[in-house]
Design a protein around this ligand. Sequence first.
Ligand SMILES: [Zn+2]
Length: 125
Amino acid sequence: MAEVAVRVVGLTWGCWKCCESTVCVLGLTSKRLRDYETGNQAVEVAKCLLIGAGKADIAECLAPSVKGIASHCTVCGAVQDNFDLRREARERYYWDDDNAAYDALADGSVDDAAWREIEIGEFPW
Ligand SMILES: [Zn+2]
């Protein structure tokens, strides 16, 4: 069965509550540069890839949300606001003009059929 190479992309920023630096997951991308906007399925895929990359601490901070995935602060556990997160991601994307502002958290592959169900949104977030 065909597989699609998928990357879990995140960014590091200061938590709104405790101000400590924390890693938030933005979404999943493939070479088609799409992210997902669905809940549980994408979260499970992201968790599997992160655990596979030895980043269980980040995987534990993920939860489904209305707009895809929600990240909790790895330090204090506060939910990070997706609206602010995505605005920050867009700003970094446009100002830096490449993907360097993002963290490549994990790489892996997903079954093609499953990926087609997940990818809906457009990059950049
Ligand atoms: Zn925090």
